[in-house]
Write a protein that binds this ligand. Structure first.
Ligand code: URA
Length: 230
């Protein structure tokens, strides 16, 4: 593999930046400065940059995070900490969130660097189920489950929502399973029936349930079985 490509793959550097740093003599291969970006290295070579020996992360990375309130599901935000502040992983800029949650929503967030996998989880074609625990400002009207099962028209949408399952857990508390991911969907569904979501927690995506051993802010790698489930 070319030295500049190796440097990019191990870091957040672009190919141009990697080439520049190599030409400046900032990269060592087996203790010797190499200034040619096209220099070929193999697995036996030790590449050092900025005093650190670089290693490639083998394969893709997959995590589940218990998102607390107050964190944004994006790679960069001017006003709030992002969920990536909670990860202690190399090259966080290479990771992305699979299906965002709002700033005030808590619960299961999937994070990966595998674009094809995240497409399978989020693509409307795959109809992956997402289950939320919902707390409401007002008592749930008796016809709500039926309306959600039939699909309802949200403001500024052309089509009705796909059939969703509402399980009433208490006067102002429910579990809702939806099969799509429109913007603020759960909040808008309850707004459409005259109620207001005051608490929202994602419990499950597909067959994957939030690990109850994870406290808010904690995360873990997915197992091979969990990755293969999508
Ligand atoms: N629906 C919402 O309204 N908000 C979320 O964070 C997730 C689903």
């Amino acid at each position: 593999m070319r030295l500049d490509k190796f440097l990019c793959d191990c870091s957040d550097l672009t190919r141009t930046m990697a080439g520049k740093l190599i030409r400046q003599g900032e990269v060592l291969v087996d203790g010797v400065v190499i200034k040619q970006p096209a220099f070929h290295i193999n697995e036996q070579n030790e590449v050092e940059f900025d005093g650190v020996v670089l290693t490639l992360t083998p394969g893709h990375r997959y995590f589940m995070l218990h998102k607390p309130q107050g964190y944004v599901c994006s790679n960069d935000d001017p006003d709030h900490p992002t969920v990536f502040f909670l990860l202690d992983e190399p090259s966080p800029a290479k990771l992305h969130v699979v299906g965002r949650l709002d700033l005030d929503t808590t619960g299961l967030v999937l994070i990966t660097d595998d674009g094809q996998w995240s497409h399978r989880v989020t693509s409307p074609r795959h109809e992956c189920a997402k289950t939320y625990h919902v707390w409401l400002a007002d008592p749930i009207a008796p016809e709500t489950a039926e309306l959600f099962a039939e699909g309802i028209l949200l403001r500024s949408e052309r089509d009705k929502t796909r059939p969703a399952k509402l399980e009433v857990l208490g006067e102002c508390e429910a579990r809702l399973t939806i099969h799509e991911g429109k913007y603020h969907q759960v909040k808008r569904m309850f707004a459409a029936v005259g109620n207001k979501v005051i608490g929202l927690h994602r419990e499950q995506v597909g067959d994957l349930v939030l690990d109850e051993a994870l406290a808010p802010g904690e995360y873990r790698e997915l197992t091979a079985e969990e990755i293969a489930a999508f």
